[in-house]
Ligand binder design. Sequence first.
Ligand SMILES: C[C@@H](N)C(=O)N[C@H](C)C(=O)O
Ligand SMILES: [Zn+2]
Length: 244
Amino acid sequence: MKNKTILLFFILLIGSLVSCNLNDYSRQLGVVNTKEKYAFQVEKNDYKLMVDLKEVATDFIFDIRYATKNNFTGEKIYPSNDAFLRKYIAEDLKKANDSLMKLGYQLKILDAYRPYSATIKFYEIYPDGDFVANPMVGSRHNRGTTVDVTLVDRKTGEDLEMPTKFDVFTKEAHPNFDDLPPHIIENKMLLINVMKHFKFDVHPNEWWHYDHARWQRYPMMDLTFKQIKDVAESYKEEEYDLSL
Ligand SMILES: C[C@@H](N)C(=O)N[C@H](C)C(=O)O
Ligand SMILES: [Zn+2]
């Protein structure tokens, strides 16, 4: 009994030390964690505004996997099926989608902005660093500059066949893995090349993950979807006032 209590004490101690350290990284990384700080940054540089992808274009398909239990954590991480990106980055993604639509395809958005605290949770569940960002460095998803996507055939409404399913953390997911049937390589390369043309670089380990070339301009954030929406709404109201 006594041994069990001591063991439990050490488990709790180590757990709390790990979470303390992760919060320290957040400070060192300059993660924006209040709505006020974020609103102030947007006030100074309006390109930092995060927009709702549903409002940027009606032609994206959404399957925000972390808003369901159908993801590698087995848990619902986000409160809603929302996808936010920084304004100009969202516009580049729309251009990529418009171009794909002309070829008969459409982008399916699997993830976009991800709060820093979700990155901590992911890493606690899968502490690998190759497929899940280490909170010591943070994820580019935390900056609102990154998307996880796949392609849908507009005629059939079906996903194109890709090397793996989303978030399968194996070598087959590497963009340069080519021991695959030719039509799968073709699908993957179509996605990678169109995204590249519109300034999104594929992740070295994940065919579905794309970072915008300007990701470094934006800080990491740990704001909830509600906080992001509130700031976006206040900007819409301002635009409305100006037009009166
Ligand atoms: C968890 C996976 N979908 C992902 O986004 N991985 C990259 C490396 C990240 O966490 O930034
Ligand atoms: Zn990703």
